[in-house]
Ligand binder design. Sequence first.
Ligand code: HEM
Length: 513
Amino acid sequence: MSFNNNSTLQGVAVAGATVSTILALLTMKYNDRPLFYEHPEGIPYKKGYPILGNLASLLGNIGRMHEYQAGLFTEIDALTYTSAVIGNPTTIFTIDPQNIDHVLRGNFKNYLKGPKFISALQELLGNGIFNANGEIWRYQRKAASHIFNVKNFRDEFTNVFVKEMRVMCDKILDKAADEGGIVDFHEIMFKFTLDSFVLLGFGVQLDSLLKKEKVPFAESFDHLQRLGAKRLINPLMPLSESVKRYFVPWKMSTKDHLKCVDSFAEDVISERRKQVTNNEPYPKDLLSRFMDTLNEKGEKLNDVELRDTVLNFIIAGRDTTAQALSWLFYELALQPRVEKKILEELEGKISNDDENDSPALYEIINGLPYLHAVFYETLRLYPSVPANLKFALEDDVFPDGSIIKAGYYVMWSPYTQGRSTKIWGEKAKEFYPERWIDEEGGLRREAASKWTAFHAGPRVCLGQNLATLEALVCIAMLLKRYTFKLVPGQDVTYDFSLTLPMRDGMKVYVEKR
Ligand code: HEM
C-alpha cells in the first residue's frame, strides 16, 4: 500500500471518528428532542427520542389523535405543555381557559392563522375567510355578517330547513321505516346540511338528498380536508404525497379532487352571473352579497375570490352541523333518558301548522332550553372543530406565565377541554345536558373560553345561531316522527380531519313513532 493511500485511509478514519463523536455529543445533549431544538422555557414537556423527538408516537396515534392529545395532558398533569417533533415548529398545547381567552380575545392581534395553516390548506381554501388574516379576513367577515341576522333566520332560513327536512323524511326515512331497512344517519345529515346551505347561501337546489350515492363533489371535499389536517401535524406528508402518486396511480390525485370542487364552485358562480346578466330574478343571499362587495383593494371580487367564498362557506355550513347532529343522535341512542326528556319538552309544542309557519316555528325553537342544552352538551364532548391552531406574531406571555416567543404555534383542543375533569369537574366525560340548565329551568351560559366549540372573540363562529336553529329544527322534526336504533356490531368513532366526522358513518334502523 502506498504512503498516499495510507494517509487517505487515516484521514477518512479521523473524519469518521470526529463526526461520530460530534453526533454522540449532540445526541447526549439533545437526548429527548430533535437536534438544535430547545424546549420552551418553563413549560412542561413530553420527553421524546433523540433526533426524532415525539414523531413516532404522533404518527402512531393519528387515527386516535384527540385521545392521544387528551392523554398527554393527563400524563403531564398540566393545562399547558409542549412536545417536540422533528420537522414541526415549536408548538405550545393548552386547554387553560385563561390562555385560550388571551389568544382569541385579549391579545387577538398577536395570534394569526400562521404560514403552516395557510400553506396546508391553500389549495382548498385559497384566501377564503378561514385562511385569511388582516384586511382580507375583515372584508369577508363584514360582508357575511349582514346575512346572519334575526330577520333572515325567522323569515327565510327556518323555511329552508323545514323544506329539506320534509325531503329527508318523505324520500328516505319513511321508506326505510316501511321497508325495515338500514340507513347511514351520518351520510343523510351531510346531505341535509349541504342541500340546506347551498340553497340558503347560493340559491342552488342541489337535491343531494334525492341521490342514493354520495355526491362526487362531497367525496373530493372530504378528501381535501383530511389531507389538509394531516399536513398540519405530520412533517412527513410532503414525502408521502409525492410517493403516493407513483404507488397508487389509479386513485384520484389531489389535482383531480381540486378540479372536482373547483368545478362545483364555478357552476354555482356562473349560474348566478348568468341570472344577473339576463336580468332574471335571484335571491339576496350570501353569494349576491359577496358579488356586490369590494375586496381589500376596493375592487369587485373576481371568480377566484368567489370560488374561495363558496368553498369556505360550504365547509362552515355543511360539515360542522352535520357532525354535531350525528354525534347527538349517537348519544341519544345510548341514553334513552335524554331522548325521553326532549320528547317531554316538545310535547304538544310543534303542530304541523307550526312547521309551515317559519316565524312561529322560529319562536317555538327558541323557547326550548333542554333541547338547546342537549345540543351544547354534544358540542362539549364532540366539538366539530376538535383542535385549533394560531401563530404568535410577537413575543408574549400567557396569563399562566408561559413564555410565548414570536414564531411559536399555539394549539388548543376543545375536544380535550370538554373531557377534562380539571375544567368540567368529576362528571366531565359524562353526557349530561342538565349541566346547561340553571335553577329556574333556563339555559345556563358558559364562558366561551371554557366551551370553545364556537371559537371566541372577533373571529367567533358567524354561524352559531344558524347552526343551532338548523340542528334544533332537525332534531325536533325527527324525534316527532321516528325512533332510531343503532345497528349492533359497528364501531362508531371519529376520523382524523379538520373537523370531527364519523370514520365509518353510523348505521341505524328507523321506526315510525
Ligand atoms: C355546529 C356547528 C358549528 C360549529 C361547531 C362551528 C364552529 C366554528 C369554529 C370553531 C370556528 C373557528 C374556526 C377557525 O379557527 O377559523 C368557526 C368559524 C366560522 N364559522 Fe362556524 N361552526 C358551526 C356552524 C357554522 C355554520 C352553519 C356557519 C354558516 C355559514 C358557520 C360559519 C362560520 C364562519 C364564516 C366562520 C369564520 C369566522 C371568522 O374567521 O371570522 N359556522 N365556526
